[in-house]
Design a binder for this molecule. Structure first.
Ligand code: OSB
Ligand code: MG
Length: 376
């Protein structure tokens, strides 16, 4: 079923996080979020979210570069052109247009959402999601003291979260993990994420992480350094998980060939969209490598796409897909995303589209700028 896009509306909303989120590369407190609302020539619409942050801390992209890239280069490639399937858009977008994966992903995902709306099927069934519940984890930012971290982890485990990810950096790592393990025992489902805070000079230090029985250590080294991640993995018993390094299927393949890690955190935004996220999932599945769905502090719109992705069969580890209330006083979708006491989130298989309705009045009240892109 071929579709044609009439317009892409860009808007920036600003939403304060309930608490600031600190990682080794920077802190987020007020989220500036780029939302897209795409309309086809028949007037069918769909929402999507760009995961770029305010500053280039996690990746080179930002809200502002994504806005520019979509307007100048990405939208002109898709507006008013026949689109035969959402699964091939990424090929058109990648030809002679380098990088800007988060910007591309926002457009690509809106076309998945729009296709689901047009065909009156759920996004989940459109991408072939099979799970009815997804296991939920929480990502906890760097805290001022080990005691504060321990309190946060206790609270999270009490709520039912299936995995607790602790952000670490030099100076806030071993002593934090040590107090947490001493208090909670070796079995609590813990992992660490360094967001590239370490270098080869830290290898001896990093081998000390092995004593904490972590589920994995995420992205300890630089984003473009698969070779040294492989060196490090050979020295560790704890599995390495790559996040920033895996930007496309070939990078996942490089990781598998080199042994740079044993687990992948998949974020559709980081890899240019859902089709590539699925392809990485498939590649890892055939290599026997488990994956899980990462998060980028999304609103309820981005979360809908994460939930759909996480319902694919090889997403066997709990994702960073926390409920709306972990981030926001009020989310922009209804129903809000909720988690049960077993740490499970329900996958919307039945309702057509992304599975949640967007509260337009609330989104309008949060909007600080907007622009409508059309072919003419
Ligand atoms: O490294 O996974 C990361 C948030 C912003 C940028 C990078 C990361 C994160 C998270 C948050 O860990 C996960 C979530 O959305 O809850
Ligand atoms: Mg990460």
């Amino acid at each position: 079923m071929t579709l044609k896009l009439r317009s892409i509306s860009l808007r920036e909303i600003q939403m304060p996080l309930l608490e600031p989120f600190r990682i080794s590369s920077g802190t987020a407190s007020l989220r500036r979020i780029l939302l897209l609302e795409t309309m086809d020539v028949d007037g069918v619409t769909a929402w999507s979210e760009c995961v770029a942050g305010e500053k280039p801390y996690y990746s080179p992209e930002t809200v502002d570069t994504a806005w520019l890239a979509i307007k100048q280069w990405i939208a002109p490639r898709v507006l008013n052109k026949p689109i035969s399937s959402p699964s091939i858009i990424h090929q058109d977008l990648d030809t002679s247009l380098r990088g800007h994966r988060m910007a591309k992903a926002a457009v690509e995902m809106s076309i998945w959402g729009l296709t689901a709306e047009r065909e009156r099927v759920s996004l989940v069934s459109l991408i072939g999601g099979s799970r009815h519940k997804v296991a939920t984890g929480i990502s906890i930012g760097i805290q001022k003291t080990p005691q504060q971290l321990l309190e946060k982890i206790r609270e999270a485990l009490g709520k039912g979260y299936r995995k607790v990810k602790v952000k670490v950096q030099p100076g806030a790592d071993l002593d934090y993990l040590e107090s947490v393990r001493a208090a909670l025992g070796q079995d609590a489902p813990l992992m660490a994420d360094a967001n590239s805070a370490y270098t080869t000079a830290d290898f001896d230090h990093l081998t000390k992480f092995d004593q904490f029985n972590l589920m994995m250590i995420e992205q300890p080294l630089a984003c473009d350094d698969l070779v040294r991640h492989a060196d490090l993995q050979r020295q560790l018993t704890t599995p390495l998980c790559l996040d920033e390094s895996i930007t496309d299927v070939d990078r996942a393949d490089d990781m598998l060939r080199l042994g740079s890690g044993r687990i992948v955190n998949i974020k559709a935004g980081r890899v240019g969209g859902l089709a590539t996220a699925q392809a990485i999932h498939d590649r890892c599945a055939s290599a026997g490598v488990p994956v899980w769905c990462g998060g980028m502090l999304e609103s309820g719109i981005g979360r809908a796409y994460n939930v759909a992705l996480a319902s694919l069969p090889n997403f066997t580890l709990p994702g960073d897909i926390s409920p709306s209330s972990r981030y926001w006083k009020q989310d922009i979708v209804s129903p809000e995303w909720t988690m049960d006491t077993a740490g499970l989130l329900t996958v919307p298989h039945e309702s057509p589209g992304i599975g949640v309705a967007v509260d337009r009045d609330y989104v309008d009240s949060l909007t600080v700028r907007s622009e409508i892109l059309t072919a003419d």
